[in-house]
Each structure stands twice: as structure tokens, then as C-alpha cells.
Design a protein around this ligand. Sequence first.
Ligand code: ATP
Length: 144
Amino acid sequence: MAIPSTLRLEFVTPEREIVHDDVDELQLPGEEGFLGILPGHTPMLVGLKVGAMWYRKGAEKFHGFVGFGFAEVLPDRVTILARIAENADDIDHDRAEAAKRRAEERLAEVARGRVSEMDYERARIALLRAITRLQVSRHARTRS
Ligand code: ATP
């Protein structure tokens, strides 16, 4: 079978469609590490963690945020079902800065022994989401 020349990318959350396009290449934040995908990739199902993703279309690279989910990879198609996701251009930088500060304050409370292990884990993931959004939104500004 001939290797397809592009990948059809369907990237959705339960709330909205993030990307629906033909792309040349993409990278996803897999649970086991970042995963690069080109047309003709072996079929697989990948669990996604909180992280940055990007896809390339010709000479242009687009960045996005993923907050857990799954991706089905087929030779000519990638379907991403993310619990939470945003395109870099849609990330509100100030909101992410505020979320980062709140998470840092909660982690400081944990360090003082005032909140539980579970609150620690929640605050840790919230901080990771905020830092990742800030990183992704910076890419949107530089277009790198
Ligand atoms: P916040 O405390 O600011 O709500 P959060 O990390 O708790 O941040 P999430 O639970 O990850 O937020 O997301 C809830 C909804 O808000 C999702 O639809 C997500 O896409 C959106 N969202 C969260 N933060 C931002 C942001 N900085 N810019 C744009 N959309 C965001």
C-alpha cells in the first residue's frame, strides 16, 4: 500500500473542535513521552498527558495545549479526543498567569502542612496546566 502524503487531523474536546485539517506532521504529549507522527505511521492508541502539542502544515507550525485524553493514530489519520484543549491563539495569557499564582499559593500551603495529599496533587496538576499554557501561548506569539 502506498504511504499517504498527509494526515487528516481531527482534534476535538467534548466541548468543541480544535483542529480539522490535513497536516504534514505532528507531535503529541503521550503518557510515555512525546510522540512524533508522520504519514504512514503504524496504527496505535496513545494516552495523552498534560502537555504541549504541535502540527506542521507546509512551512507553518501551529501549537496547542492538551490536558489529558487519547489519540488514535492511523497511517492517514489522527484523531485526538482531549479532555481539555486549546489552540495557542485561544489561550488567555493573563488567566494562565493567575492560575499559576493560585496553584503556587496552594502548594505553599501544602508545604506548611495545611492541606492534604490530594490537594497537593490537584495543585501540582493545576500548576502544570498553567505553566504549559504559558509556554504554548509564547509559541503563538513567536510562531516558532
Ligand atoms: P482556571 O483556574 O483559569 O479555570 P484551569 O486550569 O483550572 O484554569 P481547566 O480546568 O484546565 O482550567 O479548563 C477549564 C476550561 O477553561 C476549559 O474549557 C479550558 O479550555 C478553558 N481554559 C482554562 N484556562 C484557559 C486559558 N488560560 N485560556 C483559555 N482557555 C482556558
